[in-house]
Design a protein around this ligand. Structure first.
Ligand code: NAD
Ligand code: MG
Length: 306
């Protein structure tokens, strides 16, 4: 694996670059891992914007809770929000403490505000307690990013157990419901909820029956809740990623043969890096998107969401 290309990084998110040649392309041979995956085991390492994301004060004073903030897309969003001046609390599973520790260490060394609350979102009482504790640490909550997700490939419905189906729905759908329900009474007009759906919520892969159907549910939930809380001045939107280079995929998210070609089927010919999706979350979190609600931003490398 030493001959894998190094992750290329732009100087900042504004530098003009060719999206085809920026960042590694398939084939990949990153090791398979148990669930939940760890960043440290991935080859090449994902780019979360560590050296490139430049903050401009766009989230000064905002308080944001990000689930799954230890790794992948959530980690890139945490870096972007903190560099834009927000106070961030991340949630993740205790097994991912090493990813969370490295993020906190890096961001605190920059003098940025970030805290961590580990725990399992499949538990309703934990979800409402998480919102209370995060709001306690930050003095309130203005942005909720429902990003945590579970994805385990199963070729056939015959092998899809009730236990897996239940865990996928609890993590991807119920936790979003429980966290939103707990956060809304604490949110003031101008606050923003951002859910993470997927291209799987439009164009489902047969091997992701449970996962893809949760992503359809997230779209419906986003639109219905947006309609409900618009009268309170609170916006609810979603981001729909295509293939992104994160620990979700090598930790049972894809079969080995699909992982080797991950991202190849996009017009840009490669997976996205978490750094390339974080700016969409910043946009949805701030007043820049103030007239958008119930909407979805697709960040897919060119495969249409429809
Ligand atoms: P990731 O593995 O880095 O992040 C997922 C996170 O979910 C984990 O870090 C973990 O902390 C959290 N999580 C899972 N189960 C949990 C539980 N029971 N309790 C608490 N936390 C739990 O992978 P990612 O790709 O960055 O995933 C982030 C989101 O992006 C997910 O919703 C995923 O479905 C979505 N997404 C990813 C891709 C992709 O190709 N990577 C594509 C479309 C959508
Ligand atoms: Mg993780």
């Amino acid at each position: 694996m030493t001959d894998m290309p190094k992750t290329d990084t732009p100087k900042n998110q504004y530098q003009m670059r060719d999206p085809r040649s920026l960042y590694p392309k398939p084939p990949f041979d990153t090791p398979m891992q148990p669930e939940p995956g760890l960043t440290s085991e991935m080859t090449p390492q994902p780019d979360h914007g560590e050296t490139s994301y430049k903050g401009l004060g766009r989230m000064q004073g905002r308080r944001a809770l990000i689930t799954g903030g230890d790794s992948g897309i959530g980690r890139a969003v945490a870096i972007a929000f903190a560099r834009e001046g927000a106070h961030v609390v991340i949630n993740y599973l205790p097994a991912e403490q090493s990813d969370a520790d490295s993020l906190l260490q890096d961001l605190r060394a920059e003098g940025l505000k970030i805290d961590a609350i580990p725990g399992d979102l499949m538990d309703e009482a934990f979800c409402s307690g998480l919102v209370d504790d995060a709001a306690g640490l930050m003095g309130g909550i203005d942005v909720l990013v429902n990003n945590a997700g579970k994805q385990v490939t199963q070729a056939s419905i015959r092998d899809l157990t009730t236990e897996q189906f239940d865990a996928t729905y609890k993590t991807n759908v119920y936790a979003m419901f429980w966290l939103s329900k707990a956060a809304l009474p604490r949110m003031k007009p101008g606050a923003s909820i951002i859910n993470v759906t997927s291209i799987q919520g439009y164009d489902p892969s047969p091997n992701l029956l449970d996962y893809a159907s949760t992503k359809f549910a997230i779209l419906g939930f986003t639109k219905a809740l947006a309609g409900q809380v618009a009268k309170d001045g609170i916006r609810v939107n979603a981001v729909a990623p295509g293939p992104f280079w994160t620990p979700l995929q090598p930790s049972q998210g894809q079969p080995a043969e699909k992982l080797a070609k991950f991202g190849e089927q996009t017009p840009l010919g490669r997976p996205g890096q978490p750094a390339e999706i974080a700016p969409s979350f910043v946009f949805l979190a701030t007043q820049e998107s103030g007239y958008m609600t119930g909407e979805t931003i697709g960040v897919t490398g060119g495969n249409p969401i429809h």
